[in-house]
Design a protein around this ligand. Structure first.
Ligand SMILES: NC(=O)c1ccc[n+]([C@@H]2O[C@H](COP(=O)([O-])OP(=O)(O)OC[C@H]3O[C@@H](n4cnc5c(N)ncnc54)[C@H](OP(=O)(O)O)[C@@H]3O)[C@@H](O)[C@H]2O)c1
Length: 200
């Protein structure tokens, strides 16, 4: 594979996906496995905070699924992608002024901001629309595979799926893979994978 000139070294993606390709539920403020695998949220927190100076980028619909007490994500800069003005997005929400939170209205605006801030690490944290649009630009994909199936349990709720995990990681090679076995608190086995781009 030739080097893709779009790739930004300081841009990564982080996503959790079930064995039946689910990443979320339509208009529900939780992922199907939420509270059943708190270690995934711990991993998300640790990874996206990193050594500090990190930014999370999310779509407006994902922002709406995050319970108010957890938003904005602390110790990280938060950017929401939306075509609506900031006042509309936060109209019913008091935002912690100590956390840098902004709304950007286009991919171009965010990509420019990422390029102009090479000292920061940026994390695309979802949802599906945002993952699809940013994939050509990210240098690494941090994938949590949740080893459970949820289609039957949530069949009456709209499910958000990715079509095929190979569509996401097709241009990447596996850099690391760590198994987490279920326990008293975490009800599903998980694999924490890191995928990086490969070039000939
Ligand atoms: N498993 C995981 O790791 C994970 C992580 C995050 C989210 N999720 C799940 O993903 C689902 C949400 O995904 P989604 O695809 O429905 O929505 P989304 O990607 O979170 O947000 C879509 C919204 O982003 C804005 N947007 C998208 N592209 C834009 C562009 N080019 N310019 C300006 N604004 C743009 C628009 O907001 P406006 O309508 O305001 O203009 C659009 O409606 C939820 O179920 C959530 O739980 C899963």
């Amino acid at each position: 594979m030739k080097k893709n000139n779009l790739v930004l070294e300081n841009l990564n993606m982080i996503m959790a996906v079930s064995d039946d390709s689910i990443i979320g539920l339509n208009d529900k403020p939780f992922m199907p496995w939420i509270r059943r695998v708190p270690e995934d949220m711990n991993y998300f927190r640790r990874t996206t905070i990193g050594k500090g100076n990190n930014t999370v980028i999310m779509g407006r619909k994902t922002k709406d699924t995050i319970p108010k007490k957890f938003f904005p994500f602390e110790e990280r800069e938060n950017i929401i992608l939306s075509r609506s003005p900031k006042e509309t997005i936060f109209e019913t929400q008091e935002i912690d002024k100590n956390i840098d939170t902004s709304v950007m209205s286009s991919m171009e605006e965010i990509l420019e901001y990422i390029k102009n801030n090479p000292e920061k690490t940026f994390w695309v944290i979802g949802g599906k629309e945002i993952y699809d649009q940013f994939l050509p630009y990210v240098s690494q994909v941090f994938l949590t595979c949740i080893h459970g199936v949820f289609s039957e349990e949530f069949k009456d709720v709209g499910i958000v799926k990715i079509p095929n995990i190979k569509d996401i990681i097709g241009e990447f090679e596996l850099l690391s893979s760590k198994k987490f076995l279920k326990d008293e608190i975490n009800k599903f086995d998980m694999t924490f994978e890191v995928w990086g781009r490969f070039y000939n």
